[in-house]
Ligand binder design. Structure first.
Ligand code: TZP
Ligand code: MG
Length: 213
């Protein structure tokens, strides 16, 4: 994988927006997101064929804009669809097992909520880690305590050059300090999915990252 994919890493499921998620995704793609993760979970989440249909429509859009398409949790769906990557949490399938069943070029991302989990994911061979929540978030019901920019800094010091994307409550104003603290990029749900102008918001996230790169 390319580290640059993590710069503006947009995540969304159908319940993260009051609009048509395909419209929001296309705006975000036009604005310059560098990666997209389909994360369909929580209240009113789509299931079965409805979930798969939305995933396929989103993947098609990402392909049009040449942006990598990742799937959260659902490793089997990721394999079936030929997703560019899969992202798993601490309670999901183990990295070793995921590695066994996905194609060799499928990126594996893992969530880490603290230093121990980050070091373990690095040892287990994750391609990148999603570190957080950095700040408070209302998006994830079972989110752990925010670790702040300091927590991110401590993790960066222990995992060498492993690609890191920061997540949780991230707004535009946080981008520079998170990049300085060692993140290769930022993962965002609400700040883009519920923006009045998702394209403009995505584009501004992109600009802030360029300033740093
Ligand atoms: N994992 C840790 S925090 C979080 C996830 C999926 C939610 C991030 O969403 P938001 O809206 O950008 O705070
Ligand atoms: Mg998960």
């Amino acid at each position: 994988m390319q580290r640059e994919w993590l710069q503006v890493y947009f995540i969304m499921g159908s319940n993260n927006t009051a609009q048509d998620p395909l419209v929001v995704l296309e705006e975000a793609l036009k604005g310059g997101i560098t990666c997209f993760q389909f994360r369909e979970k929580g209240k009113d989440a789509l299931q079965g064929s409805a979930k798969k249909q939305l995933a396929q429509q989103m993947q098609k859009l990402c392909q049009q804009y040449r942006v990598p398409f990742f799937i959260n949790d659902d490793v089997n769906l990721a394999i079936e669809m030929g997703a560019d990557g899969v992202h798993v949490g601490q309670d999901d399938m183990s990295i070793a097992r995921v590695r066994e069943i996905v194609p060799a070029d499928c990126v594996i991302g893992v969530s880490a909520t603290n230093l121990e989990e980050a070091v373990q994911a690095h040892k287990d061979g994750a391609d990148y880690i999603g570190v957080g929540p950095i700040f408070g978030t209302n998006t994830k019901e079972d989110a752990k305590q925010p670790i702040g920019t300091d927590g991110l800094c401590r993790i960066r010091k222990q995992v060498g050059t492993l690609p890191i994307v920061a997540i949780g409550g991230i707004k535009l104003r946080h981008v520079i300090s998170l990049r300085k603290a060692g993140a290769d990029g930022v993962s965002i749900i609400t700040a883009i999915s519920q923006a009045e102008k998702p394209q403009l918001m995505a584009n501004t996230f992109w600009d802030y990252n360029q300033y740093y790169s």
